[in-house]
Design a protein around this ligand. Structure first.
Ligand SMILES: [Zn+2]
Length: 455
């Protein structure tokens, strides 16, 4: 997940990683065997998450060998299942010699592209990173619906060893494993591919694993601009980004106002072992579904909410709630089947204006507050609700608490995460600012001494 807070941050992959060689070949066989031997959905999902977030893949940074290994793992699973390759109408970007193939006009599971990062260029780092999306199709059973598609997707890239994009720059070049962000979503897409392969729907379903998301939704943007099918033939796109931390049965579902029928579909699917669904209308969010919604495709984004390990080296597979993730997948599968089997197409609705373009002026100034926004409430009420604060942070020391709604920061009104990001960015480390929060219905002024990220 690309957060509003880190959207500005530069991508600072270690240059050396770009030219490293694959060393995961033996690890690869072990992990493919582990997955093949897994007999339950729970075991398969665990095997996928453990491998994708393992040290061998070094955090799957876009343009690194670990990211390429992850893509190869996904393509091998689609091949094992016998999913269809898609004829990708793409031109070949410049390849690293011997790393991957690109044959124009031939069906392939991979869609190569060059991830271009303005922030990296600004920071004097390599700004052109060769990478790939992974794409596969399960054909539908109803010939009359063969040209209407459901897209199920998730990004598989993460931060790699980049400290500048991380919330824990003090951990330097430690591997950011990205088990929740987004090995969890990647595993959800693989599992749904297995289920739809076993029991196809009336409409064809396209499974896409995006790269370059952490650099600004680059893989999904490339996909919608160079789609192997007309974008207006996509009925809906379901996005999984951070679905591995189900707590108190609470699942956030964004995008319920992006199609007339969507809220009823989301409600009726919550039938077996119901989850506590926090439904949010907005179709523009900090992840890949925004690229599709920008093309007027109805979307949903499934999200088990923010946590303290977000974009840190501590986002590891042992902290994933696998049974919880299975419940999210079961629920999402009912939604996916409803959309892919219905007789008529969904009716697109404009739920909100696109978010303001974030400045590409490079890395933030390192000002640190230490709040953990509750993403579920974003967009529906003015202000930014906190899911919590980081222990020992300036926010913590000033007395901010989970449940507080920030409505003003340093004299600036805060209506949403964008205002909030801008308000924090307008200050320097060491500044003393007044933060107004709503707590239990009353306004409360907190005095905060802002810190510096990583210190
Ligand atoms: Zn992320």
């Amino acid at each position: 997940m690309l957060s509003a807070i880190t959207r500005r941050a530069a991508y600072a992959s270690a240059v050396a990683l770009l030219f490293g060689c694959h060393h995961a070949t033996t690890v690869r066989d072990i992990h493919d065997d582990a997955r093949a031997a897994a007999t339950s959905d729970t075991a398969r999902i665990r095997a996928d998450i453990v491998y994708l977030s393992s040290n061998a893949l070094e955090g799957r940074g876009t343009g690194t060998p670990g990211n390429d290994s992850a893509a190869a793992y996904l393509a091998r699973e689609y091949a094992r299942l016998g999913l269809r390759k898609i004829e990708l109408a793409t031109t070949c970007p410049a390849m690293r010699p011997g790393v991957r193939e690109c044959v124009v006009g031939r069906a392939s599971y991979t869609q190569p592209f060059i991830a271009r990062s303005a922030a990296a260029a600004h920071a004097g780092l390599p700004s052109e990173l060769p990478t790939q999306n992974v794409v596969a199709k399960v054909p539908g059973t109803d010939a009359s619906l063969a040209t209407q598609y459901l897209v199920i997707g998730a990004h598989y890239d993460h931060l790699g060893r980049s400290p500048s994009d991380a919330m824990d720059p003090e951990a330097k070049n430690a591997i950011r494993h990205g088990a929740d962000d987004n090995a969890s979503g990647t595993a959800a897409v693989l599992e749904l591919a297995r289920r739809f392969h076993a029991h196809p729907a009336r409409r064809p379903v396209i499974f896409v694993n995006f790269s370059g998301e952490e650099l600004g939704d680059l893989g999904s943007e490339w996909f919608v601009e160079h789609a192997p099918i007309p974008v207006d033939s996509i009925d809906a796109m379901l996005n999984f980004d951070m679905v591995g931390r189900l707590r108190d049965d609470k699942l956030i579902v964004y995008g319920v106002a992006t199609a007339t029928e969507m809220r009823a579909i989301v409600d009726s699917a919550n039938s077996v072992q119901p989850l506590k669904i926090d439904a949010v209308g907005d179709g523009f969010g900090p992840s890949d579904h925004a690229s599709f919604y920008g093309k007027k495709v109805p979307v949903l984004h499934f999200f088990t909410d923010m946590h303290e390990d977000y974009h840190r080296a501590t986002d590891v597979s042992s902290k994933i709630n696998i049974p919880g993730e299975v419940r999210v997948i079961d629920y999402a599968e009912r939604i996916a089947r409803n959309i892919a089997n219905r007789s008529s197409r969904l009716t697109y609705e404009r739920s909100s204006a696109p978010p303001p373009k974030m400045s590409a002026s490079g890395p933030g100034n390192g000002t640190y507050f230490g709040s953990i926004p509750d993403m579920g409430s974003a967009g529906d009420t003015p202000g930014v609700k906190l899911a919590g604060v980081t222990a020992g942070s300036p926010a913590d020391k000033a007395g901010a608490q989970a449940g507080d709604i920030i409505v003003e920061f340093g004299g600036k009104t805060v209506k949403d995460l964008y205002d909030y990001t801008d308000a924090i960015g307008a200050h320097k480390p060491g500044d003393v600012v007044q933060v107004i929060v709503m707590r239990a219905g009353s306004r409360l002024a907190l005095t905060v001494t802002l810190g510096k990220r990583g210190s």
